[in-house]
Design a protein around this ligand. Structure first.
Ligand code: CTP
Length: 400
């Protein structure tokens, strides 16, 4: 990702005793040459004064959403576009909940809704508030949307309790943000297409054949590509997932629609990653009216669907193409066979069945390319996606 020069940070400070750590964080970014604009919530100002941040950053701290003087100088939409990144530290349970719900009831939450810039949150709260299912679900929603979670750490808390919920130290937040933005640069200017989710093959106006794919791994790959600076088009079958921040999503249903859209978008792309669980067959005829029950058995004739990866490869020989291989046996042999048959640059293989990979939150992958390979051990799908995209970025740069 190309940062502006000097790079610009919007630092959101929300209510909590850890707000004092944000002053040190602001100082670190300023010292490293960043322009820092602080936006505080009303509760944050109960812990640290706006003047503290103004003195550290040389810019007036913003707080109010409806402030005519500030809106005339730099309105909230303009402010949302201004930074290279937004870091909320500390991020209170209330702020995480508001972000997860898409609320816009103060300046900071409005900015977060109106931006497509990388967003980092450093949660800080009492250990029971952090462990609460509501907070955990909000955080999981934010991670799925491509928001980067920094911490929390564990240890003694201001309330006298000991446990998880302490805000990361300012150096940890600073290092993690810089590392994420640095690694982001290596896919800058690259257009990546990701297919994800299941396809739906209609039988009649109300019925279809589909599979158990949730789309989680593909959406995580799309988010990880954006984090490294790629422009991402996500061609998605039906899922219940939110679109990751910064991703252009195109919804399709059948394999034929996914193929048509893939061919159109791939013509403008450099990377193509097929994570979708495409139905191999479709009903040979789709009944125009709802099928009525009649005999004790029913026979449906299926016809083979086109192979999206192989068709796109034939149309775009220069595209760097990654396929997935879902296997229940002979993983390495089957994966290498797919690499050759579909003329791919890389295959990511995983074991499926017995509760593995499909519709779960974690995954493990074995990667194969011509003359090499590596393994990504079991982890949350977001982490597996980051590691996979790191390997893809490296192989993409090494391509002849
Ligand atoms: N794929 C595709 N078009 C299809 C079927 C699959 O592009 N019609 C892609 C998937 O997105 C995935 C890869 O091919 O990246 C592997 O899919 P898989 O179903 O495991 O392999 P197949 O080639 O269908 O082989 P088999 O069913 O024999 O395992």
């Amino acid at each position: 990702m190309n940062l502006s020069s000097p790079p610009k940070l919007l630092l959101g400070v929300t209510g909590g005793i850890a707000a004092y750590k944000a002053a040190e964080l602001a100082r670190m970014f300023v010292k490293a040459g960043w322009q820092v604009q602080v936006v505080m919530t009303a509760h944050a100002a109960e812990f640290v004064t706006p003047l503290t941040f103004q003195a550290l950053t040389g810019r007036e701290t913003r707080g109010a959403l409806f402030d005519s003087a500030h809106e005339a100088a730099m309105g909230h939409i303009e402010l949302a576009r201004w930074p290279d990144a937004i870091v909320i530290a500390p991020a209170s349970a209330n702020t995480l909940a508001k972000l997860a719900q898409g609320r816009a009831d103060d300046l900071l939450s409005t900015l977060c809704l109106a931006t497509d810039k990388p967003l980092f949150v450093a949660p800080a709260m009492n250990r029971l508030m952090w462990a609460n299912a509501a907070t955990q679900e909000n955080m999981a929603t934010l991670r799925r949307r491509g928001i980067t979670q920094l911490g929390p750490g564990s240890g003694a808390q201001a309330c006298g309790e000991v446990g998880e919920g302490r805000m990361w130290e300012p150096e940890q937040v600073f290092d993690a943000v810089c590392a994420a933005l640095d690694s982001a640069r290596d896919l800058d200017g690259v257009h990546a297409v990701v297919t994800a989710g299941p396809t739906r093959e209609p039988l009649d106006p109300v019925r279809f054949i589909t599979n158990r794919s949730s789309g989680k791994q593909g959406y995580a790959v799309a988010a990880a590509l954006v984090a490294r600076g790629a422009k991402v088009t996500l061609i998605s079958g039906p899922t219940n997932l939110p679109t990751p921040q910064g991703v252009l999503r195109i919804d399709v249903e059948s394999a034929e629609q996914m193929l048509g859209m893939s061919l159109a978008v791939a013509a403008e792309a450099q990377l193509f990653i097929g994570t979708a669980a495409v139905a191999d067959y479709r009903a040979s005829t789709i009944a125009p009216e709802k099928l009525k029950k009649s005999g004790e058995t029913m026979t449906v004739t299926f016809s083979k669907n086109p192979d999206i990866l192989a068709t796109v490869r034939d149309a775009q020989p220069r595209l760097f193409m990654v396929g997935f291989a879902a296997e229940t046996e002979n993983l390495a042999d089957n994966a290498r066979a797919k690499l050759a048959r579909k003329k791919l640059d890389l295959v990511a293989a995983n074991w499926v069945g017995e509760g593995k990979a499909f519709d779960t939150d974690d995954n493990a992958l074995q990667l194969f390319w011509d003359g090499g390979g590596t393994e990504i051990p079991r982890a949350a799908k977001a982490i597996v996606a980051e590691r996979l995209v790191a390997v893809i970025a490296e192989r993409y740069r090494l391509r002849p």
